[in-house]
Each structure stands twice: as structure tokens, then as C-alpha cells.
Design a protein around this ligand. Structure first.
Ligand code: KIV
Ligand code: NA
Length: 273
């Protein structure tokens, strides 16, 4: 990876140190994360985190494109991946290609991510043969939350065999990295040992080749529910609460705006005007 050049899915695979990844949905957040991250994912988790949806199922391709453009504008160094949302790729390889081509053409993202194992292998092959780099996503698949029966840890007992088959299939189909979500540690370790491409874990132990978290989760900004795999590195929700309370108080007591914040009738130039 050359200084000043944006990471690609291929250059991520050559990193010696663990891949540092976060989700990003907006330009200002991407600007703050880009200097520190190798990969920024425009995750369809934005449906829940930004739009207050109960799951990711209602997210549209248009939403992913708008947020993908915002994150590209705010970054120059990290590889940017955009999630394909529910219903935009499962029907056929052709449908997946049409969606992925729209996303890549309109955002200039370096790759797309899609959820699925063996059943999506044909589609991943179709995309990767046609110029679309793909990150796979196995283990807990939030778009299949109703099939899983909730957000839970997967890969115990006989579930592990299927997830190993899924991993082998998506990598054989050309996936350049694989996100492993909410699996028990022995399975995440087995997958990371056997796969020839990086594994990027979320709730999948330190055995993975990289780690990803939802930015708002780790910043302490999205606190609706906090899965065990989240560590809060910041307290933004509390910080914002304090700031908004201070603003409200200042307005109500006419302490804001202050003399420095407006132009007086005499036209005297005030600070920052
Ligand atoms: O949408 C998302 O945020 C994701 C990550 C959790 C991997 O898919
Ligand atoms: Na996602």
C-alpha cells in the first residue's frame, strides 16, 4: 500500500497488522475515521443506527448510494466497501450485478459486501468475474434475522459445519475478504486459519485477521442496545446530551447568542463575522 493511495481489497490482504475497520455513514464521520482505519464499511446497519429502523430489512439501494457517496467524499486513504441491502441481490446473479454496478458507478466505492454462504457463491463468482470486488459476510447474517430467530451467537455444534462450508464456498467464488459476525471463538479461529483471505470479525474473537465495529456503537453514540462484542471507546451520547442541555439553558437565559455571535445595529464588526 503506497502512501497517499487509497487501499483496495487486494492491498488490505497484504497488511501485516490486523485490519482496522469501522462502519461510516456520513462525510464528517468518515473524515475523522479515515486517518486511522484501513477499511470503512458503509453498512446497511445505517437503517437501524441512522434511520431508527427495527432491522436492516427496510434499507434501499438508494440509501446505500447516498451514504456511500458521503463516505467517499470524506475519505482518501481507507478502502470503502458498501453493503448491498436486503432484496437487491438475492434474486439472481444478474440482479446482484445490476445493483453492484449502480453502487460502484455512482459511489466509486472499491468493493461491495453481501451476506450469504454457499447459496450466494454463484452470485459472488458472477460479480468477481465481472470487475466487482466482493467481501463476504457469514455467521450471523442480520438480513436473515427472522430466519436466525433473533440477533444471537451462531456456530455452536452442528451449525459450525455449515458455516465452514459457507466460508469455503464464498472464498472459492472469489470473495477477497470475509466478515465473520457473532460466532463462537473456536469457529472464528478455524475459519481464520483455513481461509486464504482475511477474516474480519465482529463478535468473533481476536483470532480474526481484522476487527470491525459499528462506529456509533464504539463511540457510545448508539446505545439502544449494546451487544457484548461492543467496547465503548467513547461517550458521545453523554457528551451530546451535555452540549444540547447547555445550549437549551443558554437560549432560555438569553446567554446565547453572545456579542461575538451577531452583528450589532451600529454595524461594528464582531469576532468571526
Ligand atoms: O452493516 C454493518 O454494519 C455490517 C457490519 C456489522 C459488518 O455489516
Ligand atoms: Na451489514
Amino acid at each position: 500500500h503506497k502512501a497517499g493511495k487509497r487501499h483496495t481489497l487486494r492491498s488490505l490482504a497484504r497488511l501485516e497488522a490486523p485490519i482496522v475497520a469501522l462502519t461510516a455513514y456520513t462525510t464528517p464521520m468518515a473524515r475523522l475515521m479515515d486517518p486511522h482505519c484501513d477499511l470503512l464499511l458503509v453498512g446497511d446497519s445505517l437503517g437501524m443506527v441512522v434511520y431508527g429502523m427495527p432491522s436492516t430489512l427496510g434499507v434501499t439501494t438508494e440509501m446505500m448510494i447516498a451514504h456511500g457517496q458521503a463516505v467517499i467524499r470524506g475519505s482518501s486513504r481507507a478502502c470503502v466497501a458498501v453493503d448491498l441491502p436486503f432484496g437487491s441481490y438475492q434474486k439472481s446473479p444478474q440482479q446482484a450485478f445490476e445493483t453492484a454496478a449502480r453502487v460502484m458507478a455512482q459511489t466509486e466505492a472499491g468493493c461491495v459486501k453481501l451476506e450469504g454462504g454457499e447459496e450466494m457463491a454463484e452470485t459472488i463468482y458472477f460479480l468477481t468475474q465481472r470487475g466487482v470486488p466482493v467481501i463476504g459476510h457469514i455467521g450471523l447474517k442480520p438480513q436473515a434475522v427472522h430466519t436466525h430467530g433473533g440477533f444471537r451467537t451462531v456456530g455452536r455444534g452442528s451449525e459450525a459445519d455449515q458455516i465452514i462450508k459457507d466460508a469455503d464456498a464464498v472464498v472459492a467464488a472469489g470473495a477477497g475478504a470475509v466478515v465473520i459476525e457473532s460466532t463462537v471463538e473456536p469457529l472464528a479461529r478455524a475459519l481464520s486459519d483455513r481461509l486464504p483471505v482475511p477474516t474480519i470479525g465482529i463478535g468473533a474473537s481476536p483470532a480474526c485477521g481484522g476487527q470491525i465495529l459499528v462506529g456509533e456503537d464504539m463511540l457510545g453514540l448508539f446505545t439502544d442496545f449494546t451487544p457484548r462484542f461492543v467496547r465503548q471507546f467513547g461517550t458521545l451520547a453523554a457528551d451530546i446530551d451535555k452540549a444540547v442541555a447547555a445550549y437549551a439553558e443558554a437560549v432560555r437565559t438569553r446567554q446565547f447568542p453572545g456579542p461575538e455571535n451577531y452583528v450589532s445595529a451600529s454595524g461594528t464588526k464582531t469576532e468571526g463575522a
